[in-house]
Design a protein around this ligand. Structure first.
Ligand code: AMP
Length: 417
């Protein structure tokens, strides 16, 4: 399949070629024609699949062929995203493509100067990319009027719901005209997303079922078993042994991110933390340093890392497993992007065993365990952990029994007559 066959206008084909894209990714092949036909879509797509261009290109084409709105402050397309980082990234893609057909776009999110944003909106924009809270702030101040929006995109909708944006999304939808096109993208498909889709989408075309391929094909996953207190040592050993030059490490808490960063620096490994207590400008600067390789290790929490677009990141490490199994999918979506190869490494201690079981259940696969000599955990005699392990084994056995109708116990040997 080529981009030419998708029905895009020549300026956009040139823009795509300038980006170095030679052929559309599967989500682009399926979504672009359907969006151009004006349908609502419910698309299952993780980061790294090319989903941004899958909605940006057809939206830009539709708007470029339509009458511009005369009034300022009235965008014709609105893209809602969960985080500032993702807003900046999506905004950049839209700006790069939109420039070819003289469409104006802007990004609005909290943490940026609101007056600069108002001035930009006053000059007139066609496409707004925004986080839900700041967008509503502008609607409330009447510095933005979304009553003429023709296309609404909910990008990484599952993540927006995780972050508690449901009411904001519904409020935004209530300010929009009754007739509009809605494109919903989500990496995972929990019941909350199904309900949101029922509420907001009108006869949507379903583009891909996410559960078919939660993890990109090129990503190899590995678990290292290790005692909790030795994780940092193992990490440093792996960074040195494997000679990782550019790696993102996920921790569960901001405190954990700062602490680990300090320890890595002590070990002589250049590292920086990115999390929501850091100011936006520091986060942007850290990200740039990481991209340009003056920082080797980026230690991040889930919220801060969401949507980071770093080309060809070869490794991602889960220093702590996430509490929400879906976040594992989001985290390791940082590697193996657009068909490249990547490795996702999880350092798992006994206390995280139940989280690992949940993740493996979500993925419907067992993640292979690797060992590094000298770091195998000692046999654990902690009664709580032994009890927790037993409980997990019993639960799994019960589940299997229910699924197969068979007992997982070995059959008793028949007595010889
Ligand atoms: P996304 O899933 O939108 O975050 O995109 C992930 C990465 O894939 C980005 O770095 C894009 O520049 C890249 N990309 C998007 N579409 C294509 C394509 N058709 N060919 C090659 N790379 C692409």
């Amino acid at each position: 399949m080529s981009f030419e066959k998708l029905g895009l206008r020549v300026e956009l084909l040139k823009a795509v070629a300038d980006q170095g894209y030679t052929e559309p990714t599967p989500i682009q092949t399926r979504a672009i024609p359907v969006i151009l036909e004006g349908h609502d879509i419910l698309a299952g797509a993780q980061t790294g699949t090319g989903k941004t261009a899958a909605f940006a290109l057809p939206i830009i084409q539709i708007l470029s062929q339509d009458q511009p709105v005369k009034k300022k402050k009235q965008p014709r397309a609105l893209v809602l995203v969960p985080t500032r980082e993702l807003a900046a990234q999506v905004g950049k893609v839209i700006q790069d493509f939109g420039r070819r057909v003289s469409l104006r776009s802007t990004v609005i999110y909290g943490g940026l100067n609101i007056h600069a944003q108002i001035a930009r909106l006053n000059r007139g924009v066609d496409i707004v990319v925004a986080t839900p809270g700041r967008l509503l702030d502008h609607v409330g101040r009447k510095t933005l009027d979304i009553s003429r929006v023709k296309i609404l995109v909910l990008d990484e909708a599952d993540r927006m719901l995780d972050l508690g944006f449901l009411d904001d999304i519904l409020a935004v939808a209530s300010f929009m005209p009754p007739k509009h096109q809605t494109l919903l993208f989500s990496a995972t498909y929990p019941d909350s997303i199904k309900r949101l889709a029922d509420e907001l989408l009108n006869n949507p075309r379903q583009i891909e079922t996410v559960r078919l391929n939660l993890v990109a094909d090129g990503v190899t996953q590995v678990v290292y078993r290790v005692e909790k207190l030795r994780k940092r040592e193992l990490l440093t050993a792996l960074i040195r042994k494997e000679k990782w030059q550019q790696v993102i490490i996920f921790t569960r808490t901001r405190y954990g991110a700062d602490k680990l960063t300090g320890q890595l620096l002590k070990d002589g490994i250049s590292a920086a933390a990115i999390h929501s207590s850091k100011s936006q400008s520091i986060r942007n600067r850290t990200l740039e340093e990481f991209k340009h390789r003056s920082v080797r290790v980026l230690v991040a929490t889930d919220v801060a890392a969401r949507g980071l677009d770093i080309h060809s990141l070869p490794q991602v490490v889960n220093y702590d497993l996430p509490e929400i199994p879906e976040n594992y999918v989001h985290r390791i979506g940082r590697t193996g992007r657009a068909g490249e190869k990547g490795v996702a490494i999880s350092l798992v201690c006994d206390q995280e065993q139940s989280l690992l079981v949940e993740i493996e259940r979500l993925l419907n696969q067992k993640i292979p365990v690797k060992r590094l000599t000298g770091f195998q955990p000692r046999q654990n005699h902690d009664p709580d952990i032994i009890a927790a392990k037993r409980e997990i084994r019993e639960k799994a056995a019960k589940k299997q029994k229910k699924a197969t109708g068979l007992s997982t116990m070995r059959p008793r040997k028949k007595k010889k007559p």
